[in-house]
Design a protein. Structure first.
Length: 383
């Protein structure tokens, strides 16, 4: 008897980064993995946000849903399906229906790993707006309950709440971790030998096209309003702390030239976890990779600028929420700071870090990585 089949249905560009973060290398030792990438059939305009893609033979790309349905029918019998497609429009709802009608075990994912712009108490909404949001999610959940996954992997208390809000009440929760936190568990959860360096977690903001291509948001901050000031602030950190700053490239933008924005500074892609683990300080705006700073107990400071604050961007709220949840201080790079202010910001609020871990990073207490949780509790593979 051959291996059980696992089908990953992915609506975006699938990269080697995704193969790693979903622990498909570990899972592929037990199941036959098929990745179905649907970006060219669903949102081809979003492809411009990606500079790289996986060339693994397990990854198949579909430019039409007709071709995908034909291939899916071939391999879906008696398989396990990991779906990342949500019913946000007619096309995606039909994909979810097709997956549901396959009769296979279907698993959804709610493992965000970071607070969003409206996830904590410092985001103010009127009672009427809150009521309308609750009503919207109730109606949406009810309308699409018949095509909802039967199982949902969640990582953290906030993701449990989101899963209860977004998925059918009949869906069972599988307790796991955010993908970044699960990676730290696979690494042994220990810091490497620390070097005298800091790492900046780049999101590509505002120099490269990002998720705004998908959401339709317009970037209101110009590169000229961000990078010169950011580099000046990094110079300040390097001078005071005698750290060399390395830029951790966002996975979407690996392969693109960053020298226009960061000059001679070293930029490294695909090694964010290792860079955080071996650094003395983490600098960020908002990023799920902040979870590495939490997991490896690294000092964290956050940066913003006047252009972000004045334009009332979602990014402004996300930075504030990250600060609220981690205890990290925010530095406005349009301002001047003293050595004392910088050094005081290196103190870690361990209580908030532990809270962050439970809210956003893990729903477990046994340090079991996601692939093992899925093998044990979903796929039911016995070694």
């Amino acid at each position: 008897m051959g291996k059980k089949k696992l089908i990953v249905v992915w609506p975006y560009r699938f990269r080697d980064f995704d193969w790693q973060r979903f622990e498909l290398e570990q899972l592929s030792q037990h199941v036959e993995v098929h990745v179905h990438e649907l970006i060219d059939a669903l949102t081809p305009e979003f492809a411009a946000a990606y500079a790289n893609q996986s060339e693994r033979p397990e990854v198949k790309r579909f430019s039409s849903l007709k071709d995908w349905r034909r291939e899916f029918k071939k391999v879906s019998k008696d398989s396990v399906i990991f779906t990342h497609v949500r019913p946000i429009n007619l096309q995606s709802a039909l994909i979810c229906l097709k997956i549901c009608l396959s009769g296979s075990k279907v698993v959804g994912f709610s493992t965000g790993g970071a607070p969003n712009y409206a996830s904590v108490g410092n985001y103010k909404e009127s009672k009427s707006i809150k009521f309308l949001k609750i009503l919207f999610h109730f109606l949406k959940r009810t309308a699409f309950s018949f095509i909802s996954p039967g199982l949902v992997l969640v990582g953290g208390d906030e993701e449990k709440k989101r899963a209860h809000r977004d998925y059918s009440r009949h869906a069972s929760l599988v307790f796991g971790n955010s993908s970044d936190y699960s990676q730290t568990l696979l690494s042994g959860h220990d810091s490497k030998s620390v070097e005298l360096k800091s790492v900046f977690l780049d999101t590509g903001f505002p120099g490269f096209q990002r998720d705004e291509l998908l959401t339709g948001d317009v970037e209101s901050v110009q590169p000229s309003q961000w990078y010169p000031l950011l580099n000046k602030f990094l110079d300040f950190v390097e001078k005071i702390l005698e750290y060399k700053t390395v830029i951790a490239i966002h996975p979407k933008h690996i392969g693109r030239d960053h020298s226009e924005f960061f000059g001679p500074r070293l930029t490294i892609g695909g090694q964010t976890m290792g860079l955080v683990s071996s650094s003395e300080l983490v600098i960020a705006t908002n990023s799920t990779s902040i979870s590495y700073a939490v997991a490896f107990r690294k000092p964290l400071i956050l940066v913003t600028c006047d252009a972000i604050e004045k334009n009332k961007q979602r990014k402004k709220l996300e930075i504030r929420n990250c600060s609220h949840e981690t205890g990290a201080r925010i530095f406005n790079i349009d301002r001047e700071y003293t050595e004392k202010e910088l050094r005081e910001a290196l103190v870690i609020d361990h209580a908030k870090r532990e809270s962050y871990k439970r809210k956003y990073l893990t729903s477990r207490t046994d340090d079991k990585p996601n692939y093992q949780v899925l093998l044990d509790e979903v796929i039911n593979v016995v070694d």
